[in-house]
Ligand binder design. Sequence first.
Ligand code: SF4
Ligand code: SF4
Length: 293
Amino acid sequence: MNSSEQLSLEQVEKIIHDFWNTAPSNSLHLEGGEKAWALPRMAIAKGDDPLFSRMKELIGPFLWTPEEAYALAYPDAPLPSSELRVISYVLPQTQATRGDQREATDLPSERWARSRFHGEEFNCELRLHLADALTEAGFPSVAPERLPGFDYRQSERFGLASNWSERHAAFIAGLGTFGLSDGLITRWGKAVRFGSVVTPARLSVTERPYAEDHQAWCLWYAKGTCGVCARRCPADAISTGEGHDKKACFQYIRDVTTPYTTSTFGTGATPCGLCQVKIPCEAQVPPVLLSKS
Ligand code: SF4
Ligand code: SF4
């Protein structure tokens, strides 16, 4: 294929699905070799969607737009945002991992800890694989989260924040909206992780079913009910008054869950996710809210 041809959504989805199906890294590294993730899903945002600039204004000037991330990867061949697309994908936790994590109360389950560690290693490979496959197909692409400059900064308004946000890209692409605990509620639930790639391939853009309402699929924000995720948090880091207390969450993960999973399962990373299961939005959008969108 050369760059005068265009890619279809099906071709991009096939790249993601083939890698999910065959990469040895898509594994919890348990006996039996079960996969780290259920089948990935994807959506496409316009590179010049005004929400990218709006997010930058809200979060801080350090947040990259797709155009800025692309220019960092291709300084000699930058492209205007209007010529870019953002492919955002969701990696849903498996039924087995969600089932184990539902039983957990204060500390993450073994499968969850493994998906946070080994599963994220796979996610990093998938980001690079997708960008490389598109580049080889004639569309030089980049996975912003894999750029050497990817980092965390202090946002005046939101505390610690990364300079490329997979969750915000997913929201803009139409994959989901934010919940009380800050996690993104997708059609496959909140027990998920995300990745993204910026590309000049002129892919059809996904319709965003919730327009710009960034909390449309959370029962607390939409109807003033639920709040179950707040009751699931062992660190009292979620409240219906204040939302997600990032500092309390970070401290619990640093002081309690990370040392536990490291010494018990030999996994690293920063696992917790107790607020992502045993809740109405664990594996779906609460159905009562979908009738609105
Ligand atoms: S558990 Fe309830 S309050 Fe928490 S994010 Fe999900 S829908 Fe919103
Ligand atoms: S990740 Fe853990 S500590 Fe943080 S809000 Fe969720 S349950 Fe609480």
